[in-house]
Design a protein around this ligand. Structure first.
Ligand code: PNS
Length: 165
């Protein structure tokens, strides 16, 4: 079985993430989409809420499992029997950070390889942070996130007094 993990913050999942997940799911027998559960990093959604949104968005992909993880991603990969970490790369601004992380992960465990998937050009500018920023000021986000994520995002922002809508 070829098993991979696709780790991230996913706060919340965007269509750019989903494009990478869908393409990666065709390369592996089993793909774990893993939300880092890190209480030190402030997030809009809890790790469980982020997993719920991912599960709904990937429901049609039979070989994809969504869950949280804690600690080092290489250790989590080993626990799941995965030999590959998949990361989407949008452009040169992502490359330095991603190369550093891949190099560190390789130091930590040379048995786990990192695979970069280039973002589809139409999602090259999408990030969870920009989607949250645009939504906060009442801009349109329906082209960047699934409808159920948009609803959750707008209601969370409304509840926290952060949306003009
Ligand atoms: O979506 P993000 O925030 O770019 O994802 C970053 C993530 C979660 C992949 C990365 O921070 C991570 O793997 N954290 C777990 C701790 C770890 O293993 N760090 C890598 C060694 S530098």
């Amino acid at each position: 079985m070829r098993i991979a993990v696709c780790p991230g913050s996913f706060d919340p999942v965007t269509n750019g993430h989903l494009d990478v997940v869908e393409r990666a799911s065709r390369l592996f027998d089993l793909l774990y989409v893993a939300v880092l559960d890190n209480s030190r990093k402030r997030a809009l959604f809890t790790a469980e809420e982020r997993v719920e949104m991912l599960r709904e968005a990937t429901a049609a992909l039979d070989n994809v499992r969504c869950e949280t993880f804690q600690g080092l991603v290489v250790d989590y990969a080993v626990q799941r029997g995965a030999t590959v970490i998949v990361r989407g790369v949008r452009g040169h601004s992502d490359v330095e950070y991603e190369l550093n992380m891949a190099a560190m992960n390789r130091e930590l465990n040379p048995g786990v390889e990192t695979l970069f998937l280039p973002s589809s050009p139409r999602y090259a500018l999408v990030s969870s942070s920009l989607v949250k920023e645009v939504a906060t000021f009442g801009g349109r986000i329906e082209q960047w996130v699934p409808a159920h994520v948009q609803q959750r995002l707008l209601s969370r922002l409304r509840a926290s007094g952060g949306s003009d809508r």
